[in-house]
Design a protein around this ligand. Structure first.
Ligand code: HEM
Length: 147
């Protein structure tokens, strides 16, 4: 059976219009399910973090609505769903927490664990969860200024 005509036509047309690159593999952002899926993941992720007694103190006094919005913007960018990021750089954003609140690499690992748990809970496959966590791990030396 031949494929549906729109499958044949849509991709090259969109590529020619500069909308998508038909040769580019889908981004992590797309494979997670796009904007709605990332928004849901960020919501569940922070519910878990503020419910964790070892992590909650870092978020005292932080407006979590704003924080969710910033994290969504960052992850959308990091996962290949947007070309730009206008938030604070990650080292600057966490410097005060390291200096005054004792933020350590073990807390980073706990946060990454909550992200993995969140994605599993939302039905993301193990390979994609691993890919996300490997990408997030690249922010660790940036946050702790080991680069
Ligand atoms: C896993 C990697 C992490 C990423 C990708 C990340 C990302 C971000 C982003 C994008 C911001 C907002 C920056 C801005 O203001 O524009 C932020 C702020 C913040 N992060 Fe992280 N973060 C990570 C790890 C952590 C960890 C381990 C903690 C603490 C346990 C933490 C606690 C916070 C807090 C409290 C703020 C708000 C700081 C403030 O408003 O002064 N983050 N983070």
């Amino acid at each position: 059976m031949s494929p549906a005509p729109e499958t044949v036509v849509a991709e090259p047309v969109a590529a020619a219009a500069g909308v998508v690159d038909a040769a580019a593999p889908p981004s992590i952002f797309d494979r997670l399910g796009g904007e709605a899926a990332v928004e849901k993941a960020v919501d569940v992720f922070y519910e878990r973090i503020v419910a964790d007694p070892q992590l909650a103190p870092f978020f005292e006094g932080v407006d979590m609505r704003t924080q969710r919005r910033k994290q969504q913007a960052f992850m959308t960018y990091a996962f290949g769903g947007a070309t730009g990021y206008t938030g604070r750089d990650l080292a600057a954003a966490h410097r005060r927490l390291i200096r005054d609140k004792g933020l350590k690499e073990e807390h980073f690992d706990m946060v990454a664990g909550h992200l993995a748990g969140t994605l599993q809970l939302l039905g993301i496959g193990a390979d994609l969860v691993d890919e996300v966590i490997a990408l997030v791990a690249t922010t660790k030396p940036v946050i702790f200024e080991r680069v």
